[in-house]
Design a protein around this ligand. Structure first.
Ligand SMILES: Nc1ncnc2c1ncn2[C@@H]1O[C@H](COP(=O)(O)OP(=O)(O)OP(=O)(O)O)[C@@H](O)[C@H]1O
Length: 686
């Protein structure tokens, strides 16, 4: 005997589903304390290592469940705990300058103890590897000075110094590699956190935000934000800090071992180099912004055309799409070329400054050697140290550019992260299971844009388990009411109540758990049909999903098409008809078991045979739940408890089918028209 147990933990909130009943829990302890309903005991945590280096832990517990008198279960259950919990991000700064980005990234990286240790270890290794690198030229100078004193009695110290000088490079490089390995997870983990949080944030933003953005452009921002985080970390931890440390060490050594003058020239060269790099890169950043903008437009255009492939082909507009894409790409090319030219100026200038600096140091050192104020060893030391510094300096320019570009990319990230949803989430939890919900709407007024009001004072109500229908002319505001019910928008004035709670006071999660929508056009994910149905309740078992599919009259043969349950929609010729897609939507709703069912033109795109079959499924689904039907075909809603006839944003008639027919008003007129249409079609068929 067994009962279904699923526990999902993410962050601090938990959810346990037992015998079809969901209970929100804060920690595992409180699950154990529930006692009378569910008892977890002998819990053992087991860590699992998956491929792709993912780790998760699994809690295996002995569970005794006595949820209802009829169903009792006892047995050992596996409780899965997600290994990839994501903590919240620190608040994003309002703009992306170096002074705001660094503290932001620092707080991202330092919020995790392991990452903090990695960062500390990487910084220690950095100093040690730099010191090892600089030891090379110093040892070389030592050997030169020893060997330059004839006759050399004992050459051993000089030879040892030469060998150590050669080895120091290898030691420095080796330590560098270790630093990369220690650092890599830090950059990756931080980038992942940014990516996950950004997607989470975007998905929680309101519909208005999503309607204004192009999906392709959003996905690029998501992509670039993660790359930028890694780039900035790499640039700062591997290049800027090391170069500054190295510069200080080199100048100190030169001043002490060679001369203050040489150290001064190195400092001037470095300053000129950085000034040139910053000057050109600032211009390049502007140019890069333009490149990004045009690239986003071009990608967005291509994604749009691909997503709307069928429409493009139906209107024979391939040429138009390609031409528009081409002109956007041309703009992108011009902007990229300008960016490339700046890049060439940057590289040329940097090389020149460096060459002039080295020439100045070497000629000064050569002069001093000739005058006898400097040894050959000093000259070798100066040369070695400058070469040591020039390597990372060249890298510095490249990474500074990268850094500025990343800064530009992060600006888009911050803009999105600081965008707040227009809909403030409430705190009251609407009961998600149980009988139908009580629905009230008082005097709803709403406009999408300030220029036109779409709803001009709509009131409606439904008792638990009742069904209401919204009918009326196209554009009269029926779907808008549905959007308000789902709280995709808030009304400008008036209020909506579910179970006597104002919709604005409800948590959106609980609201959406209690409501299911069967839309006109069901969107399927590129996954198996089972997955698409399970989307209604991801924690459902395969048996429950198949049961829901049966309730929606989706035949097993369709589920298994073309060979087994594993085929993804769109793969190996698996494509569903309009009616089958509707059944998937209905199966989703069955699985969800909502308190409020909304059918927005659920059958209007179907032939009458399929419509009858789907209406039968819908009727079963609707039983006991509160339902809102939006329909053009009146035959589909004539049994509803209340029918609201809408026109230009107001309810013009309301009542039952019989009452409205008896009234001989708009509804009765629409009914007569549709009936005679049906008879005419039937006559044509005969
Ligand atoms: N996102 C939007 N932005 C601006 N106007 C919108 C938006 N969505 C709908 N509208 C407008 O609001 C009005 C009401 O639209 P709604 O979709 O609610 O009508 P409907 O009665 O459901 O129509 P139909 O029966 O054709 O689906 C229409 O004039 C429509 O153009």
């Amino acid at each position: 005997m067994g009962s279904l147990m699923m526990l999902r933990i993410s962050g601090s909130s938990s959810m346990v589903t037992t015998l079809g009943k969901s209970v929100s829990l804060v920690t595992l302890r409180s699950i154990i304390r529930i006692g009378s309903k569910v008892q977890f005991s002998q819990c053992k945590k087991r860590r699992l290592q998956h491929h792709h280096h993912q780790r998760s832990s699994v809690l295996v517990c002995r569970v005794v469940a006595t949820a209802t008198a009829a169903a009792q279960g006892e047995g050992t259950f596996t409780v899965k705990q997600k290994g990839t919990t994501v903590q919240g991000l620190p608040p994003a700064p309002s703009e992306a300058s170096l002074t705001t980005v660094m503290p932001y990234l620092w707080s991202l990286a330092s919020s995790d103890t392991t990452l903090r240790w990695r960062l500390a270890a990487a910084l220690v290794l950095l100093v040690v590897s730099k010191a090892a690198g600089l030891a090379g030229p110093v040892l070389l100078k030592q050997a030169m000075d020893d060997l330059a004193q004839p006759p050399t009695l004992n050459a051993t110290p000089a030879l040892v110094a030469l060998i150590l000088a050669a080895l120091s490079k290898a030691v420095s490089a080796g330590l560098n590699e270790v630093r990369y390995i220690i650092f890599a997870p830090l950059g990756q983990a931080t980038a992942r956190r940014v990516g996950v949080q950004l997607l989470d944030h975007i998905l929680r933003l309101d519909l208005a935000f999503h309607l204004e953005r192009q999906t392709g452009a959003l996905s690029r921002i998501l992509d670039r934000a993660q790359r930028s985080v890694v780039n900035i970390f790499r640039a700062v931890v591997f290049t800027f800090i090391p170069t500054v440390v190295e510069l200080v060490l080199v100048c100190g050594l030169l001043a002490q071992k060679v001369s203050g003058m040489v150290a001064g020239i190195v400092l001037v060269t470095f300053t000129a180099y950085v000034a040139w790099t910053v000057h050109i890169t600032t211009q390049a950043a502007e140019s890069r912004k333009q490149v990004n903008k045009l690239e986003n437009l071009a990608t967005g255009k291509a994604v749009d055309a691909l997503l709307n492939y069928e429409t493009v082909v139906q209107f024979n507009n391939q040429k138009l799409e390609v031409e528009q894409y081409n002109s956007l790409l041309q703009g992108y090319q011009h902007a990229s070329l300008a960016s490339e030219r700046l890049s060439a100026a940057l590289n040329g200038g940097q090389a020149l400054i460096l060459a002039l600096g080295i020439a100045a140091v070497m000629s000064l050192a050569g002069l001093q050697v000739a005058q006898g104020t400097m040894t050959i060893g000093d000259l070798v030391l100066a040369n070695g140290l400058i070469l040591q510094l020039s390597g990372p300096l060249q890298f510095l320019g490249f990474l500074y550019r990268d850094l500025r570009q990343s800064q530009v990319d992060l600006e888009s990230l911050f803009t999105i992260l600081s965008t707040q949803s227009l809909l403030k989430d409430g705190t009251v939890a609407l009961q998600s299971t149980g009988k139908g919900v009580k629905l009230r709407a008082n005097n709803l007024r709403f406009s999408y844009t300030s220029s036109r009001e779409v709803l001009l004072g709509v009131s409606l109500s439904a008792e638990p388990g009742q069904s209401i229908a919204l009918v009326g002319a196209s554009g009269s505001g029926k779907s808008t009411i549905v959007k308000l019910l789902l709280r995709l928008y808030d009304p400008d004035s008036g209020s909506l109540f579910l179970d006597d709670h104002d919709l604005r006071s409800l948590s959106q999660e609980s609201l959406r758990n209690a409501v299911a929508v069967v839309p006109q056009d069901t969107v399927l994910f590129n996954d198996t049909i089972l997955h698409n149905i399970a989307y209604g309740r991801p924690s459902a078992t395969q048996e429950q999903v198949i049961q829901a599919a049966k309730q929606a009259r989706l035949h097993d043969a369709v589920l298994r098409m073309p060979d087994g349950y594993a085929t993804r929609v769109g793969e190996r010729g698996l494509k569903l008809s309009g009616g089958e897609k509707q059944r998937v939507a209905i199966a989703r709703a069955f699985l969800k078991g909502p308190r409020l069912l909304i059918c927005d033109e659920a059958t209007s795109a179907l032939d009458s045979g399929t419509e009858v079959a789907i209406l039968r499924s819908l009727k079963e689904l609707a039983a006991g739940r509160t339902c809102v039907f939006v329909a053009h075909r009146l035959s589909t809603i004539k049994h509803c408890d209340r029918i609201m006839v809408m026109d230009a944003g107001v309810v013009v008639e309301e009542g039952t089918h019989q009452e409205l027919i008896a009234k001989v008003g708009i509804y009765a007129h629409m009914w007569t028209l549709q009936e005679s249409e049906i008879q005419r079609t039937a006559a044509i068929k005969i």
